[in-house]
Design a protein around this ligand. Structure first.
Ligand SMILES: *Cc1c(COP(=O)(O)O)cnc(C)c1O
Length: 447
């Protein structure tokens, strides 16, 4: 294991008025040409990024606790990723794998087949985005089972395309006004320990979902159960122990394809290669994207070879799927995760964040719960701990307090009341400590 190296100083540096003049000018230019429908969390424009920092066009250096939504786990300019991209691009940027194939695609498939849970024969197909991977996992499950229904969960997020909007739970801003939606999608209750009306274990919560599936859909009609092992946009909801294993067992007994959407939680983010590894669950299909390629667009569906066999040649693909430059980036990112043991780093990040933020649950009435795994950690904010009424304005205030002091913090949650932390796994202990002090101050100020 080698030492993590950085190109940029790992520091918070604010150069004066914030946002600075160059960012403000870009905001004006942008307003004339980019629609408001694409919103940004920060008011500054990036010029450089490395390790745990993003440097903006005015020279401000900000701590990154978001990784561009769990993407730059290895950092935004990891040496092995940059070298891989440079080398690949200097030869060819594209041939289309469906026209003239190349080794990088095959090598990424080999890595994914090896890293994903289970030692059964596997296949991997590559795409560009998380939504595209999820759509294709559903296609494969339907082809393999000759069934239509897809079961998804409360608070789920699977993307913004037509099918994945239907799979996603939250109406505003993801779905409202964008219908009609794809049919044959059925939503069942999630295990959300903090918000259960009465305490209920994981196995019982799974039975509750299963009963609803059997009564309202019929097991024989279900092609797939699709679930995020730890929900991302929904608020970093970790289901109670036993929930995922029982669901997985039920799918096996009923000829249903179990799809784990690991787009956000996968690739060392939770301290293991995949979030399902924490519960020993072996999915039939796994979707990956975000952290897979150090920031380059790439996604994948990996799973049981016999499920893929149901799809005829030509049934899967896409012009850019498994782009050679993205494949080189993925190989560099995976190598970096191994060399720098980023799974262990995610666990160390959890310990450090927990020691600062978990005591706030006792100290402050607005902090309802601290939860998550590895470097995927969250605080759920409430108006008071007795009523548990969601407090989205506190989440917004905290994020903006942090931003003004040079720390990028993202919010999430069905109720918009969750502060979520997704630092690059390469962030240094000292820089993270400084950011956590600011975050704790922000939470106390909001309380
Ligand atoms: C982000 C996300 C997606 C969609 O990925 P895109 O690359 O934005 O299309 C799907 N599933 C999960 C769990 C995600 O977090």
């Amino acid at each position: 294991m080698s030492e993590i190296t950085y190109r940029l100083p790992q520091e918070i540096r604010l150069t004066g008025e914030f946002p600075g003049p160059k960012s403000r000018e870009l905001t004006e230019r942008r307003a004339r040409v980019v629609p408001a429908g694409v919103a940004s969390s920060t008011p500054v424009y990036a010029a450089d990024a490395d390790g745990g920092v993003v440097v903006d066009v005015d020279g401000n250096s900000l701590v990154d606790l978001g990784s561009g939504i769990a993407v730059t786990s290895v950092g935004a300019s990891a040496p092995a990723v940059v070298d891989g991209v440079r080398e690949a691009a200097s030869h060819f940027t594209h041939t289309c794998f469906m026209v003239t194939p190349y080794e990088g695609y095959v090598a990424v498939a080999e890595q994914l087949n090896e890293l994903t849970p289970g030692d059964h024969p596997k296949r991997t197909v590559l795409f560009n985005s998380g939504a595209e991977a999820v759509e294709n996992a559903v296609k494969i499950a339907r082809a393999a089972t000759s069934r239509n229904a897809v079961v998804v969960f409360d608070h789920a997020y699977h993307g913004r395309t037509n099918l994945t909007m239907a799979l996603t739970a939250k109406a505003a801003p993801y779905k409202a006004g964008f219908g009609p939606f794809a049919p044959e999608i059925y939503r069942v209750p999630m295990s959300y320990p903090y918000r259960e009306a009465a305490p209920i274990g994981g196995k019982e919560a799974a039975e509750r979902a299963i009963q609803q599936i059997e009564k309202q859909i019929g097991a024989e009609n279900v092609a797939a159960v699709l679930i995020e092992p730890i929900q991302g946009e929904g608020g970093f909801i970790v289901p109670a122990d036993g929930f995922l294993p029982r669901l997985s067992e039920w799918t096996r007994d009923n000829g249903v394809v179990f799809i784990a959407d690991e787009v956000q939680a996968g690739f060392c983010r939770t301290g293991k290669w995949f979030a399902v590894d924490h519960e020993g669950v072996v999915p039939d299909l796994v979707t990956t994207a975000k952290g897979i390629a150090g920031g380059m667009p790439l996604s994948a569906v990996t799973g049981r070879a016999e499920l893929f066999d149901a799809v005829k040649p030509g049934g899967l693909g896409g012009t850019y799927g498994g782009n050679p430059v993205s494949c080189a980036a993925a190989l560099g990112a995976i190598q970096t995760m191994r060399d720098w043991d980023l799974g262990a780093r995610a666990q160390a990040i959890e310990a450090q964040v927990r020691s600062v933020l978990e005591p706030l649950v006792e100290e402050l009435d607005i902090v309802g719960e601290f939860r998550g795994r590895g470097a995927m950690l969250a605080l759920e904010l409430v108006s008071d701990s007795a009523s548990k009424t969601p407090h989205p304005t506190a989440a917004k205030e905290i994020a903006s307090y942090c931003m003004d002091r040079g720390v990028i913090v993202l919010t999430a949650g069905t109720y918009g009341n969750v502060i979520r932390l997704l630092p690059p796994l390469v962030i240094g202990e000292e820089l993270l400590g400084r950011a956590l002090e600011i975050l704790a101050d922000a939470i106390r100020a909001a309380a």
